[in-house]
Design a protein around this ligand. Sequence first.
Ligand code: GAP
Length: 430
Amino acid sequence: MTDSLDKIVSLCKRRGFIFPGSEIYGGLANTYDYGPLGVELKNNLKQAWWKYFIQSREDMTGIDGGIILNPKIWEASGHVKNFTDPLVECKKCHHRFRPDKLKDTSKCPDCGGEFTDVKMFSGLFKTIIGPVEEDGLIAYLRPETAQAIFADYKNILSSTNRKIPFGIGQIGKAFRNEVTTGNFIFRTYEFEQMEIEYFIPADADWNKIFEDWLDYMYGFAELIGLDKKSFRNEEIEEKDRAFYSKRTIDIYYEFPFGHDELWAIAYRTNYDLSKHQEHSGESMEYADDETGKKYIPHVIEPTFGLDRTILALLGTAYTEEKDRIVLKLPAKLAPYKAAVFPLLRNKPELVELAQKIYKDLKKKMNVAWDDRGNIGKRYYSQDEIGTPYCITIDFDSLTNNDVTIRDRDTMKQERMKIDKLGEFLREKTS
Ligand code: GAP
């Protein structure tokens, strides 16, 4: 791991963004829990995504499908047969690797030992439905959220009266039994995806729609404060694409450990709906009222890893300045919108007014309270977790009804009337 990734991992644990999973039992490799601040950041990001991709567009709608689906879905989609990775194991140290990701496949990079033959390894997590294991039904934890959208496609059409083109989005957990994991939350067994399946006519100008979606994805990158210069599009060559994809772009980002895939966009043709029609016996055809044509819709799929987006945001926001560490998160994503301090904790009149302001603001947004140490230490502590504004209640506040409000990035302080705080913060942070 690079130095800056180490620093982010350490800040995440120290301040309650992300903890190693099951730590009191020695942990469980590559599993993580989002702590009190992490869950706020994650929820704010999900909300921003949902608003931008689903609610603000007339051609989009959403679902929240199951994690466990009928296993026939994964047979139809090809995952049971094809969702595999090659694996080799070192005969000496027993470390496992994906040979397609190694620079030298002749010997183990960790100990120089000899490798076993290549085996194919399923990326699906299996589980059993039913109280008795022997009689149970083998099911899978979904490796992508997309398939619930395809399985629900007919119900969505009939319940919403949608006309093609339109899209369905979903945010939720996905599970992959990865051969190699690592780089903190970049590649884990359990992660969240935010996916869109956008249904288009069979004879549509798919490349134009693909390019429009790519642009729209970059609009989201800007909205959440990712750095334009840190992006790179990797056009995936035919030999490396999923066999059903006619075009795939992996959207790379500069993470603290180097460039790697953040998001992706693919033209999945009508492969998925055709396969579900074939396996379920249910027609997936769409009847166009205007042209009278019937066809199985094609699909453009923009897909986003939520945890990778969090890592990209943390890497971009993490800033070391002369006397402080600042997480320069966009205000709308920051866990706390403001922190409220009484200048002195042993002056009941200051504490009383500060508590009133804190409680009033807390009804409107997530705000923090801090009365420990001195003001400098409190600023330091809030800068490190990305709180955009700090509000201090002092003796003048008691007579003038105003407070000092300090901006995280500029460190400038100004006086503001107490009754203006709510409106100011809502405007600046939502
Ligand atoms: N439905 C298409 C699909 O699942 P993918 O490229 O395999 O495509 C989409 O995954 C996104 O999910 C990736 O771009 C990445 O952000 C995220 N992702 C995939 N595997 C992951 C893992 N093991 N850990 C964390 N995020 C992962």
